[in-house]
Design a protein around this ligand. Structure first.
Ligand code: AP5
Ligand code: MG
Length: 218
C-alpha cells in the first residue's frame, strides 16, 4: 500500500504518520523531516534549502522529486506513507509518473482539516526532539520533564519556522499551492477528508477506519 497524508501546517500530519507507520508497518517519508536532515547534515543542497524552509516557502520541486525518486527506488516492495508530499500539482503529477514507471500504485490520499485558529495554537506550542524526531506540545502533549525528550533524554527545541509570522506565511502557501490537491485526488477516486478536531487518539481512530475499509476491499 502507498498513501499520502496532506494538510496545512500544524494539523497533525507528523503525529499521525508516526502512529500509522507503527500500526500498519508503513515506511514513513516525512518530507519536512527529510529536508531538515539535509540541512543538518550540510548536504550540497543545504544552503539552498535553508532559504526556503526558514522563510516558510516551498523547496524547489526538482530537489524534492529527486529525494522521492531515490526513496522509492530504495524501498521497492514496502508499504509507504508520505507525510507532506506532494505539495503542488506538479509534484503530484510527477509522483504519478514515478509510481507508474516503477510499476507501483498510489492507493489513498487523505487530507486533514482544522481551523486556522487551532492550527496556530498547535504550532506556537509545539516542541520537538532534534535527535529522535518525537513531537510534543506544551499544552496538549507535554514531555514528562519540561524541555527533555521522554524517549532519548535530549533537549527539546522549537522549529525555526514555528514563529508566528512564518506560520502565517506557511498557511498562505498551503492555500495557494497545496489546496488544489483536493480536487486532483478526488478526480482519481483515492481522496478522503479527515476532521482533525479532537484528541490524537480520536483522529488516529478516524484515519485507521478509512485505511481498514481500504484494506478490506483489496
Ligand atoms: P513540514 O515539516 O512538513 O511542515 P508543515 O507541513 O508546515 O507541517 P508541520 O510539520 O508543521 O505540522 P504537522 O501537520 O506535521 O503537525 P504535527 O504532527 O507536528 O515542512 C516544513 C517545510 O519543509 C515547508 O514549509 C517547506 O518549506 C518544506 N517542504 C516540506 N515538504 C515539501 C514539499 N513537498 N515540497 C516543497 N517543500 C516542502 O502537530 C503540530 C502540533 O500539534 C504538535 O505540537 C503536536 O503535538 C500537536 N498535535 C498533534 N495532533 C494533535 C491533536 N489531535 N490535538 C492537539 N494537539 C495536537
Ligand atoms: Mg510535520
Amino acid at each position: 500500500m502507498m498513501m499520502v497524508l496532506f494538510g496545512p501546517p500544524g494539523v497533525g500530519k507528523g503525529t499521525q504518520a508516526d502512529l500509522l507507520s507503527q500500526k500498519y508497518n508503513l515506511v514513513k517519508f516525512s518530507m519536512g523531516d527529510v529536508l531538515r536532515e539535509e540541512i543538518a547534515l550540510s548536504s550540497p543542497v543545504a544552503t539552498e534549502l535553508e532559504k526556503y524552509l526558514y522563510r516558510g516557502m516551498l523547496a524547489p520541486d526538482d530537489i524534492v522529486l529527486g529525494l522521492v525518486e531515490n526513496f522509492l527506488l530504495e524501498h521497492r516492495g514496502t508499504d509507504i506513507l508520505f507525510d507532506g508530499f506532494p505539495r503542488t500539482i506538479n509534484q503530484a503529477e510527477n509522483l504519478q509518473k514515478i509510481v507508474a514507471r516503477l510499476a507501483l500504485l498510489l492507493n489513498l490520499a487523505l487530507e486533514m482539516h482544522l481551523s486556522e485558529e487551532d492550527l496556530i495554537k498547535r504550532l506556537v506550542n509545539r516542541t520537538y526532539c532534534p535527535h529522535c524526531g518525537r513531537i510534543y506540545n506544551y499544552i496538549t502533549n507535554p514531555p514528562k520533564t519540561n524541555g527533555v525528550c521522554d524517549v532519548c533524554g535530549y533537549t527539546l527545541e522549537k522549529r525555526h519556522d514555528d514563529d508566528e509570522k512564518i506560520i502565517k506565511k506557511r498557511l498562505k502557501v498551503y492555500e495557494q499551492r497545496t489546496r488544489a490537491l483536493t480536487d486532483f485526488y478526488k478526480s482519481q477516486n483515492i481522496y478522503d477528508r479527515i476532521d482533525a478536531n479532537g484528541s490524537q487518539k480520536e483522529i488516529f481512530k478516524r484515519i485507521s477506519e478509512i485505511i481498514d475499509v481500504h484494506i478490506d476491499k483489496r
